[in-house]
Ligand binder design. Structure first.
Ligand SMILES: [Zn+2]
Length: 408
């Protein structure tokens, strides 16, 4: 793709997104306050707000009467502009979440997916059923839906039971999905979704370069570089879970050996425990989420299980060493951790991971690095993909020049 020139239209689009970000953070605020928090001139803010008001995206909430001078108009995002749906398609479930146009969650529905039966038709049908159920739960007529964002783990996961590494294979089924849902849809992968959630609702609001790491069955990184989400040539950026941690190391689900995921994915952690304490009862727990919950329970005082303590120590070392490589490449200000493994084990894992990253990162790359559990509320994949759908809607109505690739 040829480098694109920044046009005045792009700059105006950036200003609108900056104002939207600030409004989202503030809830209710004034034009003057928006100018202060965004660093835009009051004249630019006035123009941008007028554009957003006429598009129905922003509404004048109420008038605050100051003690002196003119009353001030408060602005907020117009929740009633319509509804956005975010869909998290995981291996073991499909979750659809309905948001209002201010990105507040109003309802959700989850259906179980069977990882052994992942035929295309079933996934398409599962997504449609989850969306229908969530809209029914919210009492939202389809006509009010501005867009549906669908997070598909299309890059590394199976789709249609074929080879595990199939970049973009999922996109071939977009037409089937579009036909079945009959709503405006946008599709992206979970790493771009969590990065977007972090950018709009988490550390991305305070820092310009952030890495958010997802730990679950799979492992990956959402990368925000200088305020923008890193996508790369084929939207594949961030598949750090399949970068090399150990040459000729453990077999990974992707077919390679020694990937980061084979050590810090849920199955990798279980394998570490089995190696430390052969025959340990937790090493045989069949379901991954049960296993991770049991690990968290085994770490509780008064007598933490020594094999489990050692497993966490080693996992933190693996994770710290793998993150140090990312730090060497991206040099972020902060790393946030998310995903169900982190929600269960974060308190035990994060301090040791922080120490390990600082120790292993080259030079001063991690000197001021913050490492913490992500503060994005709710299901960050659903929130992030809904935000991408909102951006797409804003693009469709001509308010922003979208940063979502048009091919998706
Ligand atoms: Zn791999």
């Amino acid at each position: 793709m040829a480098p694109t020139r920044r046009t005045s239209r792009d700059i105006r689009s950036e200003s609108r997104l900056d104002v939207l970000h600030a409004l989202l953070a503030a809830g209710e605020t004034t034009r003057n306050e928006l100018a202060r928090t965004t660093g835009l001139s009051t004249a630019t803010v006035a123009t941008v707000v007028s554009d957003l008001l006429s598009g129905g995206i922003v509404t004048e909430a109420r008038v605050a009467s100051g003690r002196v001078g003119r009353p001030t108009t408060l602005l907020r995002l117009n929740q009633d502009r319509g509804r956005i749906v975010g869909v998290d398609v995981a291996e073991t479930y499909i979750r659809a979440v309905v948001f209002d146009a201010a990105l507040d969650e109003t309802a959700s529905a989850e259906i179980a997916a069977d990882e052994r039966h992942d035929e295309t038709e079933e996934v398409v049908d599962g997504i449609a059923r989850a969306v229908d159920a969530a809209l029914a739960q919210a009492g939202t007529p389809r006509g009010e839906v501005l867009g549906v964002g669908i997070s598909l783990p299309g890059s590394m996961q199976r789709w249609g039971g074929a080879a595990p590494v199939m970049p973009n294979a999922a996109w071939r089924h977009v037409d089937r999905l579009r036909e079945r849902l009959d709503l405006p849809i946008v599709i992206d992968n979970p790493l771009k979704a969590i990065a977007t959630a972090e950018l709009w609702f988490g550390e991305g609001r305070r820092h310009s370069s952030t890495i958010t790491v997802n730990l679950g069955t799979g492992v990956g990184a959402g990368i925000i570089l200088n305020g923008a989400i890193l996508r790369g040539a084929t939207n594949f950026a961030g598949e750090w879970g399949h970068s090399l941690l150990a040459l000729d190391g453990r077999a990974c689900r992707c077919g390679r050996n020694g990937c980061v995921e084979a050590y810090v994915g849920a199955l990798g952690i279980q394998q570490t425990l089995g190696a430390i304490a052969p025959g340990h009862p937790l090493a045989a727990v069949p379901l991954q989420r049960d296993f991770i919950d049991a690990l968290a329970a085994a770490l509780e005082p008064p007598e933490p299980d020594p094999a489990v303590t050692e497993t966490i120590r080693l996992t933190a070392r693996y994770l710290g060493a793998a993150l140090a490589d990312l730090v060497a490449i991206v040099n972020p200000e902060t790393i946030t951790l998310t995903g169900w493994t982190v929600w269960a084990l974060g308190d035990h894992l994060v301090p040791a991971v922080r120490r390990s990253v600082v120790e292993e990162a080259p030079g001063d790359a991690a000197a001021d690095l913050e490492v913490q559990v992500s503060t994005v509320r709710g299901n960050s994949v659903a929130t992030g993909i809904a935000t991408i759908a909102l951006e797409r809607f804003l693009s469709d109505v001509g308010l922003v020049t979208t940063r979502v690739p048009t091919a998706l």
